[in-house]
Design a binder for this molecule. Sequence first.
Ligand SMILES: Nc1ncnc2c1ncn2[C@@H]1O[C@H](COP(=O)(O)OP(=O)(O)OP(=O)(O)O)[C@@H](O)[C@H]1O
Ligand SMILES: [Mg+2]
Length: 304
Amino acid sequence: MGVIEKAGGSVHNLAAKRANKHRKKVDPRIKAEHAFDLDYAKLAEAGYYHPDAKASQLALELRAVKRRLLRRIGFLRASGERQSHRMPGRQRNLIMVTSARAGEGKTFNAVNLALSLALEDQIETLLIDADVPRPRVRDRFGLAAGPGLTDKLLDPSLNIGSLQYRANQAPLSILAEGARIERASELFANEDCQRLLAELSTQTPDRLIILDAPPVLATTEAVVLAKYVDEIVFVVEANATPEPAVASAIDELLDINPNLSLMLNRCLIGAGGSHYGSYEYYGPGGEAKSAMPSRAEGVCNEAI
Ligand SMILES: Nc1ncnc2c1ncn2[C@@H]1O[C@H](COP(=O)(O)OP(=O)(O)OP(=O)(O)O)[C@@H](O)[C@H]1O
Ligand SMILES: [Mg+2]
């Protein structure tokens, strides 16, 4: 059972309280025009998380994914309790979502994780669109065109707070991709990028930062970013991503960062494959285990 469910009360009252609470928390450096409303209906129409659908398959699977992820990065104790205090300094709060190839569900899962963490668990979350060649986060949230990550990297004097969008209903901020540039990997390889991510990580130790990255086999950005992040969530599209592609992409990442979990997307579960599930983890003994290189840590699906 999720935190919000435990709290009880009517959905509408909770939603109103949440909205007020987070309105007050908005970073004062963020300009008013950068506050936005989450359009739950539009997101749900595209298959994304909806805060009222607490018992949906997606919500249940997201809870299992989050619990595992939060434990791995030290946000949750083994008992399942939230760590009451995160020590200042370098935090394990930078998470990159990537996959082997295009279209396997990176953005879908990065957005859903961010929505679910912010809306259900009230965890301060920053979602960064680091997929400069194929940015999708701005569209998903209906945000207007404007500067973002690449602009900050090209001009470090820009105020990072003023580049972010802040949701009115939840502790969720978004940093969009920014200006289109040809070789984002060169920009990401620059020490300014490492510095920026380290600053974002330490600035707010209780905040989770989720980077929606490009696919590993298409460009070099994800491999460059792998150096800076604390955890990699590697999305595998069930029955679609060829095993050699998974193995070669994961091998590249593991050479740089051993903290990698696999997330199986679009898997069919239930009797006769009739039930559609959005998330599944590879677990010991899981049916897709053969696609998991021996060095990757598999995670199993557990309900909260
Ligand atoms: N589990 C899922 N359930 C329903 N729709 C999904 C699921 N996973 C992905 N999709 C849809 O499939 C399409 C491709 O997914 P998505 O954009 O997340 O892939 P991607 O890996 O980010 O692609 P790209 O490499 O182009 O950035 C999108 O329309 C997305 O909404
Ligand atoms: Mg994407």
